[in-house]
Write a protein that binds this ligand. Structure first.
Ligand code: PHE
Length: 455
């Protein structure tokens, strides 16, 4: 039965699928506004450091749990701990978190759909630059369109998931990532040439260390986990589709580095435009939706055709990148419902659509009609994002490293990391990686976790 689980076909397919999960709105939409809200270059430096030193070991830990257990993320902990009640319970978190994230992730996916449709009607190219950046405010605060777009985006997502892992996810990632990469570079090139863009570049390169607060660390870590899809079962689930012959150090590092690169490129594509347009870098979730249309509008004055085409392709690529990520969120819940509750794939997809669709509507409305409804000073959207990225992801990532560092026998971890001693380079690196997983990552995550409550 277990052998019938689908597998990714080869190393490139693994990296692409994992990178497809990792690279998404987290890099293009969330990273730039987090940088803007939390101190510019100082945040970027902490982020890079956190990704390589802490997130990468956590990533490895999650892939190991997935590949070793060869099952969905809820059962993975249970199976590897021989049904220990604590780990059985912990497994449920890995189902809850991605489902919660999918609720608000698809709202942003919906925004991208709206922007794509607008670009097809050549809207931004024809608007005045300020009008193009101001479009966002009116759009998100309206009631119906964002909700409809959210449901549309989510609907297509679950339809792809219903198609199965291999045919749906792999194919999608293979096309979208290279396209997105090329488009980001194009936008970056144009954006840094805008008058006033230099301030944006400086903002990303020259750290003001006085901006470095415990908060910077906490949010950089949360962002790094979020961006690598850690702490929620997505990588555990994907890990379970990785073949035993694969070198997980190579695939994990490949994924982490490409994710990092994408975030940085997105930062350089967006921040200069933000400064050129005179938008406040700390403007929050709308940052790219305000700055990028400004770029297209400006570009439209001299290069109308190029601008129109790039705008359309750009939002399409964002939609696809967002979709390859949210697919991995929904896949966690689906594989659980299919394997545990014995549901058919189609029915499991429908259940997730109903749950994420309804909560997502609340998140969407929190930019408009429900803007005044606040819990602990946060709107529903902010609350979902904060609880997931700054609390639950950290908690789950902590459990994953504790599990690999302290619960699994060292021999098993070694076996997974070196493919039974067959990978000499991994063999040499093992003590370092094991130390990072066993000590460094858990301690760092605990400190940051508590920092979050004290802020
Ligand atoms: N990592 C994805 C991104 O950066 C988001 C995501 C989060 C995907 C969690 C899966 C799980 O957009």
């Amino acid at each position: 039965m277990a052998d019938k689980r689908e597998k990714f076909g080869g190393r490139l397919a693994v990296i692409l699928a994992m990178a497809g999960s990792a690279i998404g709105l987290g890099n293009i939409w969330r990273f730039p506004y987090m940088v803007g809200e939390h101190g510019g270059a100082a945040f970027v430096f902490v982020y890079i450091f956190a990704t390589l030193l802490i997130s990468l070991p956590v990533f490895l830990a999650e892939v190991m749990i997935g590949r070793r257990s060869h099952t969905n993320s809820r059962d993975a902990f249970a199976r590897l701990s021989r049904q220990h009640p604590f780990w059985k319970a912990a497994g449920y978190l890995t189902i809850l978190i991605p489902t919660l994230i999918a609720c608000y992730y698809s709202v942003i996916g919906g925004w991208s759909v709206e922007y794509f449709i607008k670009s097809c009607g050549l809207a931004f190219v024809q608007m005045e630059p300020d009008e193009a950046s101001g479009f966002f405010g009116a759009f998100v605060s309206s009631t119906w369109t964002p909700v409809i777009m959210h449901l549309l985006f989510l609907g297509v997502t679950v339809a792809v998931v219903a198609g199965g892992v291999k045919s749906g996810i792999e194919k999608f990632s293979k096309i979208s990532l290279p396209v997105l990469f090329v488009l980001i570079i194009m936008i970056l090139t144009y954006s840094v040439s805008l008058p006033g863009a230099g301030d944006g570049v400086r903002y990303l390169l020259h750290p003001d260390w006085s901006e470095l607060t415990p908060r910077t660390f906490a949010y950089a870590m949360g962002q790094s986990f979020y961006s690598l899809s850690l702490g929620m079962g997505a990588i555990i689930t994907y890990g379970s589709y990785v073949s035993k012959k694969e070198n997980i150090l190579a695939t994990s590092t490949g994924t982490a580095v490409s994710d990092l690169m994408f975030a940085i490129l997105a930062g350089f594509a967006i921040m200069p435009a933000v400064f050129a347009a005179g938008i406040e870098p700390g403007a929050g979730p709308g940052l790219i939706f305000q700055s990028i249309p400004y770029v297209f509008s400006k570009m439209g004055t001299t290069l109308p055709v190029v601008s129109s085409v790039v705008a359309i392709l750009f939002f399409l690529a964002i939609i696809v990148a967002a979709m390859t990520s949210i697919i991995s969120l929904v896949e966690v819940g689906v594989s659980f419902l299919v394997e545990r509750a014995g549901m058919s794939r189609g029915r499991a997809c429908l259940v997730l659509f109903l749950i994420c669709g309804s909560f997502g509507v609340l998140c969407s409305l929190s930019f408009g009609p429900l803007a005044e409804m606040k819990v602990a000073g946060m709107t529903v959207f902010d609350l979902f994002d904060w609880v997931c990225s700054n609390i639950l992801l950290l908690l789950m990532a902590l459990l994953a490293v504790i599990f690999v560092g302290w619960v699994l026998p060292r021999r098993v971890v070694h076996d997974e990391f070196t493919n039974g001693g067959r990978l000499p380079f991994n063999e040499r690196l093992f003590p370092v990686v094991y130390f990072l997983i066993k000590w460094v990552a858990p301690i760092a995550v605990v400190i940051i976790f508590f920092t979050n409550f004290m802020l």
